[in-house]
Design a protein around this ligand. Structure first.
Ligand code: ISL
Ligand code: CA
Length: 545
């Protein structure tokens, strides 16, 4: 088709390497394991992989604490394995987009070791150091995302360093031009190795001013991103997508507007945080509310209608499994998994599939804190227990929104450990792997994989899916998500019943169409008009003049 960037017609697939496929029986996923499973991705038809961190790391935060940006963690493999992954994926038309974690590094990184050993070393100023506060304690009352203060004292220096996340994740001081140059150099080293781009971890935080209590979207953020673009992205055919929890429809184009020369896309999270309790956050989930869900997604479609580009997702390694959070992981698991996929994949933007989403994997059930592997849950349970909170109350939050739900091993077959490992898995495998696994789902021509493969193909082959204008419909409808895409006098009408009850849906005038069934999870339809009787979680798309 016309010269649109490759990533506007592709679907991404996020791999969490620790949980995807173990190849050597140590219970930890690895790069050779990923290579062994590339045909699954090629069959799905995805155009690129977002690979969560595989760099050297003490694994305090599962690799989001990097101790050497130019080395692969031995548990995951070697740089040769990485080069092989890039080549093998490339041979299948799949680019490897790497996770880049540069808001912070690990406290085991050579830079931090030097910073502590010698305050006069240049690396000392790669970090944010402050004297103790007047009471001898932390300089400010800033809190870590994982619980506890965001400042930790280094006794031998008598100074505190800032860490938005764990103490093992000291923030890098982006005000330091030498640090920025070192990061840009590393980025080019990876891009020259043939990767397809970067997913930039919590990139909205790099302009922070901790003394002023400004953490997200600080005054220097966009100048830093423009400098990064000029230093590493300009002239390359890469994809850059920023993780920006603070972005709003009003600020999105500052990152990804066509003339901004910063990033291509951002991950926004309003459809996620809309269901977090205003005070207690994700640990006290609010009930799903479809009008709120739709209003958020539709608002973002409007905001980026003529410029910028949406990143579309419901799942990732930090989020609960979407069929549990937004669908029905019981009676209607398969059909609601397809319905959610239809709802997301036919919007305007680039969809991201998180590993396991394509077979309708579900949340697991934690009953004991000893089962937690995520530093965030461990840290927040420690604080909740100190506040006297009951375990079962905290478990309600962990089972609804805990990050480990997404990190249980990929379920490939009904073999022990779901075929993920022949060893002892680093985290418990979801007991339902005997029924829910890739082999079982693929054996069903009407399986979830088949549904995803078709949706991914539509984005690649149908310009109305990749570039048709979005038109919202029935915004207030409590059970049905409906919208149209329009291009060159054709209309694609998408209707999704996102509840477990049958619904009688009166088709709005602007949604009416008659023509070709592009997708359906119950029976194919060729007409959208009048009043339709929708089955529970029925989803379909019809295209016509
Ligand atoms: O959801 C969160 C905030 O409400 C946190 O779980 C998470 O830290 C946040 O989404 C930022 O995530 C990214 O940075 C973290 C890392 O733990 C996450 O895995 C990563 O996606 C620190 O690098
Ligand atoms: Ca392994």
């Amino acid at each position: 088709g016309q010269d649109v960037p490759w990533w506007q017609k592709a679907v991404g697939y996020q791999i969490y390497p620790r949980s995807f496929q173990d190849s050597n029986g140590d219970g930890i996923g690895d790069i050779p394991g990923i290579i062994a499973r590339l045909d699954h991705l090629a069959d799905l038809g995805v155009g690129f992989v977002w690979l969560s961190p595989v760099y050297a790391s003490p694994q305090v935060d599962m690799g989001y604490d990097i101790s050497d940006y130019r080395a692969i963690d031995p548990a995951y493999g070697t740089l040769d394995d990485m080069d092989r992954l890039i080549a093998e994926a490339g041979a299948r038309g799949i680019r490897i987009v790497m996770d880049l974690v540069v808001n912070h590094c690990s406290d085991r990184h050579d830079w931090f070791l030097k910073a502590v050993a010698d305050p006069s070393a240049p690396e000392h100023d790669y970090f944010i150091w402050r004297d103790p506060g007047p009471d001898g304690g932390p300089p400010t009352d800033a809190r870590s995302v994982f619980g506890g203060p965001a400042w930790t004292l280094v006794p031998e220096l008598g100074r505190y360093y800032f860490h938005q996340f764990a103490p093992g994740q000291p923030d890098l001081d982006w005000q330091n031009p030498d640090l920025r140059a070192a990061i840009h150099e590393m980025m080019n080293w990876w891009l020259d190795r043939g990767i397809g781009g970067f997913r930039l971890d919590v990139i909205d935080l790099i302009g922070k001013d901790p003394d002023a209590g400004v953490f997200a979207e600080g005054p220097d953020l966009h100048p830093f991103l423009r400098e990064m673009h000029d230093a590493a992205f300009r002239g390359r055919d890469t994809l850059t997508v920023g993780e920006t929890w603070s972005v709003t429809p009003e600020t999105a184009l500052l990152y990804c507007g066509r003339d901004r020369d910063e990033l291509d896309m951002v991950f926004q999270f309003e459809h996620v945080t809309a269901f977090h309790h205003p005070e207690r956050g994700k640990w006290d989930p609010l009930p799903f509310d479809l009008p709120v869900f739709k209003r958020t997604l539709f608002r973002w479609q409007e905001a980026l209608r003529d410029d910028g580009w949406n990143a579309l997702f419901l799942s990732n390694h930090d989020l609960p499994r979407q069929v549990s959070r937004y669908g029905d992981d019981g009676e209607w698991r398969v059909r609601s998994a397809k319905a959610l996929a239809t709802a997301i994949h036919l919007l305007r933007g680039t969809p991201f599939v998180y590993q396991g989403e394509e077979i309708g994997m579900t949340n697991t059930r934690f009953t004991d804190p000893d089962e937690f592997r995520d530093i965030e849950a461990i840290g927040h349970w420690a604080e909740a227990r100190a506040r006297g909170e009951e375990l079962e109350d905290f478990l309600t939050g962990v089972n609804a929104n805990g990050r480990d739900n997404a990190r249980t091993p990929m379920q490939w077959s009904d073999a022990p450990n779901g075929g993920f490992t022949t060893g002892r898995p680093w985290i418990g495998v979801n007991p339902n792997h005997a029924e829910i696994n890739v082999a079982a789902d693929r054996a069903d021509p009407d399986g979830v994989v088949a549904h995803y493969r078709r949706l991914i193909g539509l984005r690649r082959d149908r310009r109305i899916v990749s570039h048709g204008q979005f038109v919202a419909h029935a915004e207030g409808h409590p059970q049905v998500m409906a919208y149209a895409r329009e291009l060159d006098g054709e209309r694609l009408s998408v209707v999704v019943n996102l509840c477990a009850q049958p619904v009688s849906f009166r088709v709005p005038k602007g949604l009416e169409v008659e023509g070709e069934s592009l997708s359906a999870n119950v029976t194919p339809r060729t007409q959208v008009r009048g009043t339709l009787d929708l089955a529970p979680y029925e989803a379909f798309a019809v295209m016509g003049p």
